[in-house]
Design a protein around this ligand. Structure first.
Ligand code: UD1
Ligand code: CA
Length: 456
């Protein structure tokens, strides 16, 4: 059995934020979610996240992704691990990971698990230029690890050590739980340190190894918003590089934000200043022009999206969107559509080869195929209490500046004259004109203007 305990109960005081530290996002996803994903990739079967400060927020966000243990109050990282009691009886190996190292990769976790097959405890260390406030790795003369000393407890000589503790460990699970009980809190912070287990294991004749990380950026801890930005930058450049190597064109990868769960077809081009997040997919041959925000958006083949926002919606093939369109609320746009500037779709199913080129709101509706929606059409879906549905059938033509007051159905190949306010259903092939008839008054125009302009 492979298990993992993720320590995520601290507030993260140095973030100066009400949000628990591990919920701060790196590449569009909470730090803790990245670690859970990587544990799963390393085939860890049971993951227990130890929560405390703001636990409701973490539990809600990660529901179904892992198990939880509550640590109240937070009395140190050793105390945090003690709370994962549900793992006490498990055999096998257990990873223990600080919740604030979002960049850790599954390959490194796998390596720790492998090394722990011939040890009782493995510590992932790193050799760094600036050891800051990390715990220091103190080695014995024979080169094996002797203990970890926390920065706040370190002598000047120990502070000079550049090999640091990353806060990522692997244990023989039974031995971990046996010796957690031996941790004491006689240190500068009066906390139970998980790091004390190095000394305790050594004292009990168990095998402890420290293995040096290959990439320091991957194992860096995040303690404040600056370090969060460094983690984000590192992960972003990895994600972007991966996709560029798989054939996605990034016009400027430095200002293109692609989340870790975003995927692409081939011959996709991404212009600068766009954010693709959530479970977004961009299909073959599609181009995302500058200034787009796409979140859980599924885009088909050969689409062009320009300066627009698409959330929780799907677009099929050969569609052009924008600039300045907003498609949201589980809209589905069939192929060959044109969604123009200042158009908003909410929960709209837009049929094949239809058009909606300018200044329109279509909410809670079913629009057929080959429908033309003129400029400035509004589906009036909300009466102040309830939302109502609009249906426009195949081949209908809705003239500009018309209001369709829901619930209402406009029939197949029917025609709504521009400027109409439609309150009643329109039958197939009929024409609806719902506006006051125009009156022209001879000479009144000039007479009026002369008056207001003060002409004699
Ligand atoms: C810890 C290590 C330090 C290491 C560093 C790497 C200890 C004592 N020190 O220090 O050796 O160099 O990580 O980043 O472990 N947490 C809890 N409950 C608690 C306290 C902390 O769940 O009672 C969680 C925090 O939410 C955080 C993680 O443990 O995700 C690490 O805690 P933090 O306070 O950041 O430890 P460091 O001081 O960075
Ligand atoms: Ca930390």
């Amino acid at each position: 059995m492979k298990s993992a305990i993720l320590m995520a109960a601290g507030k993260g005081t140095r973030m100066h934020s009400d949000l628990p530290k591990v919920m701060h996002q790196v590449c569009g996803k909470p730090m803790i979610a990245h670690i859970i994903d990587q544990c799963k990739k390393a085939s860890v079967e049971r993951i227990v996240t130890v929560v405390g400060y703001g636990h409701e927020i973490i539990e809600e966000a990660m529901q179904g992704q892992c198990e939880f243990a509550l640590q109240m109050p937070q009395m140190g990282t050793g105390h945090a691990v003690m709370q994962a009691r549900q793992l006490e009886e498990e055999d096998g190996l257990t990873l223990v990971v600080n919740g604030d190292c979002p960049c850790i990769q599954s390959e490194t976790l796998e390596q720790l698990l492998k090394e722990c097959e011939s040890a009782d405890m493995v510590v992932l260390s790193a050799v760094v230029e600036d050891a800051r406030s990390y715990g220091r790795i103190v080695r014995k003369e024979d080169g094996t690890i002797d203990r970890i000393v926390e920065f706040k407890d370190a002598t000047d000589e120990e502070k000079a050590i550049r090999e640091i503790n990353t806060g990522i460990y692997c244990f023989n699970n039974k031995k971990l739980f046996k010796h957690l009980k031996d941790i004491e809190n006689n240190n500068a912070q009066k906390e139970y340190y998980i790091t004390d287990l190095v000394e305790i294991f050594n004292r009990n004749g168990l095998t402890v190894k420290a293995t040096i990380a290959k990439n320091n950026d991957e194992v860096a801890g995040v303690n404040d918003c600056y370090e969060l930005s460094l983690a984000d930058k590192w992960m972003r450049s990895r994600i972007n590089e991966k996709w560029m190597r798989e054939g996605v064109t990034f016009v400027n990868p430095d200002v293109t934000y692609v989340g870790s769960d975003v995927t692409f077809g081939h011959d996709v081009t991404l212009y600068p200043n766009i954010t693709l997040t959530g479970k977004t997919y961009i299909g073959d041959g599609s181009t995302i022009m500058p200034n787009c925000w796409l979140e859980n958006a599924v885009i088909g083949k050969n689409c062009t999206i320009d300066a627009s926002r698409i959330i929780d919606s799907e677009l099929k093939d050969e569609i052009t969107v924008g600039p300045f369109a907003h498609i949201r609320g589980h809209s589905l746009v069939e192929s060959k559509n044109r969604v123009g500037n200042f158009v908003e779709f909410k929960n709209n199913h837009m049929g094949y080869d239809s058009r909606c080129a300018h200044l329109t709101y279509l909410g809670d509706c079913e629009i057929g195929s080959h429908v033309n929606i003129g400029c400035g059409v509004v589906t009036v879906n909300y009466d102040g209490k309830n939302k109502w549905h609009t249906t426009v059938k195949d081949g209908a033509f809705i003239g500009s500046n018309s209001n369709l007051i829901a619930p209402v159905t406009v029939g197949e190949n029917s025609f709504v004259a521009c400027g109409s306010t439609i309150t009643d259903n329109v039958d197939d092939e009929d024409m609806a004109i719902a506006r006051a008839r125009q009156i022209n008054k001879e000479g009144y125009g000039k007479a009026y203007l002369d008056k207001v302009r003060g002409n004699k």
